[in-house]
Write a protein that binds this ligand. Structure first.
Ligand SMILES: [Zn+2]
Length: 231
């Protein structure tokens, strides 16, 4: 049996201290790990790079893979958003697929892994959702933001729609996004979206020409629902 003196040699985080026994034909070594733990490991495993720590290295790597954003079965808000983004673009069974993957919206290669996405976007602030600035653009750095859709902002937007928002609604609608989706993404109730899309409001800004006058009843109904929701 060939004996290799490994005393004092370093393998990853392990430093070989002294031979302590045998495992089959291999010599086992008492080692000290960088973290301070002592373990017994087979010399050939250490030389082959199969054993590099007391186990702390693997634990740390596993933690890094999970980013601490996927604890047990409950994902963090950021992780949920990342996963939902991929599903909208690549899972035809997703209810929003038609507005995303179905329209050719993709997730850039970098963001198909969670870590780069997290490092570019940061943690998702409470009450926000992932939004694309250019609705025809892809999910990629520079075209995404965490957009507040909190109840407060939602209500504010119901009562006061800015010219910019009116234009954004019409732009999104012209590019095929459904009214329900526009409402969800911008935090505007769908009656308001409908009103703008049909040119019944903000037409001087959006240039949308109303094709048909709404009936008095329909208009009143819309207004009533609008008030209900805004309240
Ligand atoms: Zn260790």
């Amino acid at each position: 049996v060939k004996r290799v003196d490994m005393t004092g040699r370093v393998f990853g985080r392990l430093t070989a201290l002294e031979p302590v026994g045998r495992r089959g034909t291999n010599v086992t070594w008492r080692c000290r790990c960088e973290c301070g733990t002592e373990v017994v490991a087979a010399g050939n495993d250490m030389r082959a790079g199969l054993k590099q720590s007391c186990g702390c290295l693997r634990r740390e790597l596993a933690k890094r893979t999970e980013h601490g954003h996927m604890v047990g079965k409950k994902p963090s808000p950021t992780y949920s958003s990342w996963r939902a983004m991929l599903k909208r673009c690549y899972s035809p069974r997703n209810r929003s697929y038609a507005d995303y993957g179905g329209r050719g919206i993709i997730v850039c290669e970098r963001w198909r892994s969670f870590e780069p996405f997290l490092s570019d976007m940061g943690d998702r602030p409470e009450g926000t959702s992932l939004d694309r600035i250019d609705v025809n653009g892809n999910y990629e750095p520079g075209n995404c933001r965490w957009l507040a859709v909190g109840q407060q902002q939602w209500n504010r937007r119901c009562s006061v729609l800015s010219p910019q928002l009116a234009q954004e609604i019409v732009g999104r609608h012209e590019h095929g996004e459904s009214m329900a989706s526009i409402g969800r993404r911008l935090g505007i109730n769908r009656f308001t979206v409908n009103t703008v899309v049909r040119g019944l409001a903000w037409s001087s800004v959006t240039g949308v020409v109303s094709r048909r006058k709404p009936t008095r009843t329909r208009d009143a109904e819309m207004k009533r629902k609008h008030m209900e929701i805004a309240r």
